[in-house]
Design a protein around this ligand. Sequence first.
Ligand code: G3H
Ligand code: 13P
Ligand code: ZN
Length: 327
Amino acid sequence: MALVTSTEMFKKAYDGGYAIGAFNVNNMEIIQGITEAAIEKRAPLILQVSKGARAYAKHVYLMHLIKAAIEDAEQTAGFDLPIVVHLDHGDSFELCKSCIDGGFTSVMIDKSGLPFEENIKITKQVVDYAHDHGVVVEAELGTLAGVEDEVNVSAEDSSYTRPEDVEEFVKSTGCDSLAIAIGTSHGAYKFKAEQCTRNEKGILVPPPLRFDILEEVSKRLPGFPIVLHGSSSVPQEFVKIINACGGKMPDAVGIPEEQLRQAARGAVCKINIDSDLRLAMTACIRQHFTEHPDHFDPRQYLKPARVAIKEMVEHKLVDVLGCDGKA
Ligand code: G3H
Ligand code: 13P
Ligand code: ZN
C-alpha cells in the first residue's frame, strides 16, 4: 500500500466513535516500535514529523524509513498498513511546501499564535497549494501551553479555542481538520503545581479538559475532524523509573487517559502523542544502564527501548484510541 491521506481514516473514525493515533517519529527505532504495534493491532496510523525531527534525522531518511515499514508490513505480516505522513506544527508556507513536494500526504500549518485574519490568510495559502497536490491540511485555532518545536508557550499565553470562530475559520481556509485548545498542553510538564490539585499519593492532578468547548465546536462543525495536540498522559511509573535511575523529572504531569478516551469516543478524530514515547524510551534506557553499567553496544539498550515504544503504542491504540482492528 502507498501512503494515504487522512480523509478516509477520519471519516471512518468519526462514524465509528474512535480516534486515530498520531505519533511523532525521529529515528528508526521509534518508527519500528510504532509500526510494529500498528501491525499487531491492525490499526490505521498517522506518523508525524516536526520541523525539529526533520532537522535531526533529515526528511529523506524519515521518508525512506516509513516506506520501509510499509514494505516490511506487507512482507512479514501480509498486511497493508495504512500510514499518513504528516508535518507536525508547520510554521511557514515554505516548510509546508517542502514537505508536500517531498511526499508527505498531510501537513499542519500552525499559525494559531497570529491574529485570526492572519491565521486564515496563511492557512488558506497552504490549503490551496496542498489541495492542488492531493495533500490534506490541519490548521489550529487557540493556543496550547507547553513546548512547541523548541519554543516555550507559557500558560499565561495559552488560550482556549473560541467556538464562535470555528465555522468562519474552516469555511474561509478550506482546511481539512482543525486542532483546538481545550486544556491539553505539550511536553512532560503540562501544568504548574499551582494549576493542579494533589491526590492522596501526592501526585499532581491537572485541571479537567474543557469538554464543554469540544461539544460546542462539534455542534458547529458536525462531522468535521477535530484534533487534540498535547495528549500524552505522562505515566507516573515511567517518571518514577527515570527519577530512580539518575534522572530528575519533578512534578511531570499529563492528561488523564480517561479524559482522552472520552474525547476519542466523541468528535475528536486525531490524538497527538509524542512525550509518552520519549518517556518510555528514556525510562527503558536509564533502567538498562542502571542494571547493566558495563554495556556499551547501542543495540543492547535500543532493542528494549524499541519494545517499550511498541508496548506503549499498543496500549494507546487499544485502551485509549479504540482504533485497533480498524485498518
Ligand atoms: O508538539 C511538539 C512535538 O512534541 C514535537 O516536538 O519539536 O521536539 O520534535 P519536537
Ligand atoms: P505531547 O507532548 O503531549 O505528547 O503532545 C504531542 C503533540 O501534540 C505533537 O504535536
Ligand atoms: Zn502538537
